[in-house]
Each structure stands twice: as C-alpha cells, then as structure tokens.
Design a protein around this ligand. Structure first.
Ligand SMILES: [Zn+2]
Ligand SMILES: [Zn+2]
Length: 153
C-alpha cells in the first residue's frame, strides 16, 4: 500500500473525532465516489443517530483537511471520496456519464507551467474534466446527425 494514509491524520491542527474518523472510514471502505446519502447509509449500522447534516459537516471537515474530496461529476449532486493516499482526477463523459480515472502525475506539466508562468500554485487534488468519451465520440461520428443532449434526468 506504500504511504500510510493515517500519517495524514497527524497533521497538526487536524483533530479527528470518533465521528470524523467513522465518516472517513466509511468513504475509505467504499473505495469509490459516494453521495451524502450513501455515506449515511454506510454509517447506519454503527452510527444510526448520525443525521445527514452531521455527516455533511464531518465531510466538509475532512475535505478541508485534504483527506476527502468533494467533486461534482455532473448529475446534479456532489460525490465524496477518500483521497488521503491517492490523488487522482476524472474525465467525465457528458453523454453516458462514464468516468475515466486520470492519474495525478498527468497534471504535473500543467502544474509546472502554471507555476513558471503565473507563479500560481493550483489546488488540484481531485478534479473532473467534462467531455465526450471515445465510445460516444464514435457513436456521434457514425450517426453524424446532430446530437441531442436529451434531458432524461
Ligand atoms: Zn475521484
Ligand atoms: Zn460517453
């Protein structure tokens, strides 16, 4: 596993209460993107009294501490994910909602360029780029008719 994620918990000023730790463990065990409701569902067996606003507050803390990431992958709601030990990003297809993972190292050239040219250090722990995936691209070119971005929401 390499780097121990619990190392990150020792950052000065980051105090993890049992509640925060429980929320953190819930998203870590999920191993993928979870909505607020899904996280609460996961916590229920051991923490039946945790309300959505409480879970949300704890999540916000974890996001600020850099242990969790909040992302909008489209679809109108935020998802949360454990990121303490693995920074990564996503390519999200606007048509079929496929999510492709992007390794963090992919962004190093961009980071360096931003630093060199603008003296700017971007916070890109976890972000999503929206676009069209290869299979949707292919479908579109096969049809070559105008594409309707339907609202089936
Ligand atoms: Zn992610
Ligand atoms: Zn697609």
């Amino acid at each position: 596993m390499g780097h121990d994620w619990k190392e990150s918990l020792r950052v000065p000023g980051h105090r993890l209460t049992p509640q925060r730790l429980a929320v953190l463990e819930a998203i870590r065990e999920a191993g993928c993107h979870c909505t607020l409701a899904e996280i609460q569902e996961r916590l229920k067996p051991q923490h039946p009294t945790l309300t959505l606003p409480t879970v949300y507050r704890n999540l916000r803390y974890l996001v600020n501490a850099g242990l969790a990431a909040q992302t909008d992958l489209g679809g109108g709601c935020h998802v949360y994910e454990f990121v303490a030990d693995k920074h990564h990003h996503h390519l999200v297809c606007l048509k079929c909602r496929t999510v492709i993972d992007l390794p963090d190292s992919f962004l190093d050239p961009l980071r360096n360029a931003l630093r060199d040219r603008y003296g700017f250090t971007p916070c890109m722990e976890h972000f999503a780029l929206f676009g069209v995936c290869p299979s949707c691209e292919k479908k579109a070119s096969e049809r070559s008719s105008d594409v309707c971005l339907g609202s089936d929401g």
